[in-house]
Design a protein around this ligand. Structure first.
Ligand SMILES: Cc1ncc(C[n+]2csc(CCOP(=O)(O)OP(=O)(O)O)c2C)c(N)n1
Ligand SMILES: *[C@@H]1O[C@H](CO)[C@@H](O)[C@H](O)[C@H]1NC(C)=O
Ligand SMILES: *[C@@H]1O[C@H](CO)[C@@H](O)[C@H](O)[C@H]1NC(C)=O
Length: 579
């Protein structure tokens, strides 16, 4: 309620100038947003009373189930990054006239992600982007640190390369004037406002954030507001929006031909990722790729070199990169791939979580997974990424083990809804699949088998190759094992795993280049939890690793071929059913 006046003012202005997208990260002002839809005739007034009720789409914060919402908001500080992605798309991919508006609170300006986005917007001269900073002095439990010092905000915005205008946020005239100024830079409208303006008991006072007024108080306030609205002679006649964005279809984003690898040829999955992107981009104009100053090690550089106009360098700002990706993918304008080291997606977890709530279809690639990166040491090793993405409800996790399967993963990700995560490895490994092998989300492959198999081993990426090597070694001891490549960790092909594990008397060994918690092993555990007589052993990384050669590290942390052989011998010794 407290923000009602303010947002009503903005809403009229925004109707006037917002000809395409209005991104409002200040999601906690949702009731005001819904009221605007009612005012403009898109929502029945009676529906407003269902606010936050369990059967209503009018949730506490905006969500894409609602007709006019493209991305969810509510976690503060992310809206400007998303707006940057939308504005970048408008200016550089759509080459259209629409503008993007982003309404922010002063409290949320303490979030670092806001300033990552400020840098991005000015670097790419997003002159179609307007941020409205609602400087109402107050946050939730405390005043915002800069209080009402609007000139400090102005200096900060200017230092970040923005055109910054201070206005009285309650003056429709001043706001209109600011919004219609010509721009060659992104514009920040620093609106000095008073929270709860016009309600004497609430105005500029702490303790009213997100609180409904008591009924008797509300009645008086509503009466007063109505009188003032009736009394107002202001009428605004917004121009009809111009729709000049080209139509886009994201159906049928496919690879033009089968992978061109030969079996046995060696390539790292990270390099094959870059080659796959470049190939997909060759035939699909709306494939765009983002990276954060790592394109020559994630190999998104191969795409960049071939399609420079569709590559967005996001620099070392992974939170912003994920938000920009979400913005670029919004409204089904682009198929987006964003890459960095697997380890660094952890710092964008809130953005990833919000991408799921936003029903976003972004595709992410984390390279340098696990300790197999070697010398660079644990800060660069992605050892938590599977756990992190498994916990995201809309996520699909691809963990391809060779060049052929990664090319398929890149292709499948383009048409798979939700957040897709592709995990790539640094070392080179031989191609194991023939180029006409068919891959599907949730379909595992059996890569090594005989009729005498005693244990089903499940590995992915580097550990799949270790498992195959272990199978060769054990064969000499006349111990036979089956090896399964899950291809996707989420969804996991439980059916194939259970079927094959039954043929090995329920014995399963998982081996992964990831911490124990939340990884492949735990995914397999949950897949077989209801099976009778299954025994599952897991090999994973138990401690923070050190630097070293990849093979040394695999050995020390017990996920190499020797460790697999040993674990299998142990599983079979003392087992009456071993033979
Ligand atoms: C990342 C994050 N941290 C905390 C919150 C809880 N929260 C919701 S609103 C709010 C205060 C916001 O203050 P401000 O940005 O100034 O907005 P306004 O005063 O206009 O409501 C807080 C702390 C949140 N939604 N997201
Ligand atoms: C209505 O407008 C008149 C003339 O501008 C003013 O004197 C009066 O106070 C206004 N009433 C309200 C409720 O704002
Ligand atoms: C990445 O590019 C930089 C600058 O060209 C170069 O110095 C560096 O060696 C490259 N890294 C790799 C792994 O190719």
């Amino acid at each position: 309620m407290a923000v009602l006046w303010l947002v009503i003012d903005f809403s009229y202005i925004l109707q006037l100038v917002c000809n395409y997208v209005c991104s409002s990260p200040q999601g906690h002002a949702a009731p005001a947003l819904y009221s605007m839809w009612t005012e403009t005739g898109f929502l029945k007034e009676s529906e407003l009373f269902s606010l936050c009720q369990v059967e209503s789409n009018l949730e506490g914060h905006p969500i894409p189930k609602q007709q006019f919402v493209d991305v969810a908001t509510g976690s503060l500080g992310q809206g400007l990054g998303v707006a940057c992605g939308m504005a970048y798309t408008g200016k550089y991919f759509d080459k259209s006239s629409y503008r993007v508006f982003c309404l922010m609170g002063d409290g949320e300006l303490s979030e670092g992600a806001v300033w990552e986005a400020m840098s991005f917007a000015s670097y790419y001269q997003l002159d179609n982007l307007v941020a409205i900073l609602d400087i109402n002095r107050l946050g939730q439990t405390d005043p915002a640190p800069l209080q009402h010092h609007v000139e400090k905000y102005q200096k900060r915005c200017e230092a970040f390369g923005w055109h910054a205008i201070i206005v009285d946020g309650h003056s429709v005239e001043e706001l209109c004037k600011a919004l219609s100024q010509a721009r060659h830079q992104p514009t920040a409208i620093i609106a000095k406002t008073t929270k709860g303006k016009g309600i004497p008991a609430v105005e500029d006072k702490m303790g009213w954030h997100a609180k409904p007024l008591p009924k008797d108080m509300a009645e008086g306030v509503v009466k007063d507001l109505q009188a003032r609205i009736m009394n107002s002679s202001k009428r605004l006649y917004p121009a009809t929006p111009m729709e000049d964005a080209p139509p886009v279809s994201l159906c049928n984003i496919r690879m033009p031909s089968a992978p061109a690898y030969k079996q046995g040829e060696k390539v790292s999955t990270r390099k094959a990722y870059g080659m796959a992107l470049a190939k997909l981009g060759r035939y699909n104009e709306r494939v765009v790729v983002l990276d954060g100053d790592t394109n020559n090690i994630t190999y998104s550089e191969i795409f960049k070199n071939e399609h420079p106009n569709r590559f967005v360098e996001c620099y070392i700002a992974q939170q912003n990169m994920v938000s920009v990706a979400t913005g670029c993918a919004a409204r089904e304008r682009n198929v987006v791939y964003a890459s960095t080291l697997a380890s660094f997606f952890t710092r964008a977890y809130d953005q990833l979580r919000m991408a799921a709530i936003s029903e976003s279809n972004i595709n992410l690639c984390g390279s340098h997974c696990g300790l197999s990166i070697g010398e660079d040491g644990p800060s660069q090793m992605g050892l938590e990424d599977i756990a992190m993405f498994r916990a995201i409800p809309t996520a699909t996790i691809f963990y391809p083990s060779d060049g052929v399967s990664i090319e398929k993963a890149v292709e499948l990700a383009a048409s798979t809804k939700g957040v897709c995560y592709i995990r790539t490895s640094r070392p080179e490994n031989p191609i194991i699949y023939s180029s006409n092998e068919d891959f599907h989300v949730g379909q595992a492959k059996v890569v090594y088998q005989s009729t005498e198999d005693k244990v089903t081993v499940i590995g992915a990426g580097i550990t799949l190759h270790e498992a195959v090597a272990a199978a060769e070694m054990l064969k000499k001891e006349r111990i036979f094992i089956r090896v399964i490549d899950p291809f996707t960790i989420k969804p996991l092909d439980s059916k194939t795993i259970i079927e094959h594990a039954r043929q090995t008397r329920g014995r399963i060994l998982t081996v992964e280049d990831h911490y124990y918690e939340g990884g492949l092993g735990e995914a397999v555990c949950s897949a077989v939890v209801n099976e009778q007589g299954f025994t599952l052993q897991r090999l994973a990384v138990a401690h923070v690793p050190r630097s070293g050669k990849p093979n040394e590290l695999l050995k020390i942390y017990g996920i190499d071929r020797e460790a697999i052989c040993q674990a299998i011998r142990k599983m079979l010794s003392g087992s009456a059913n071993a033979k």
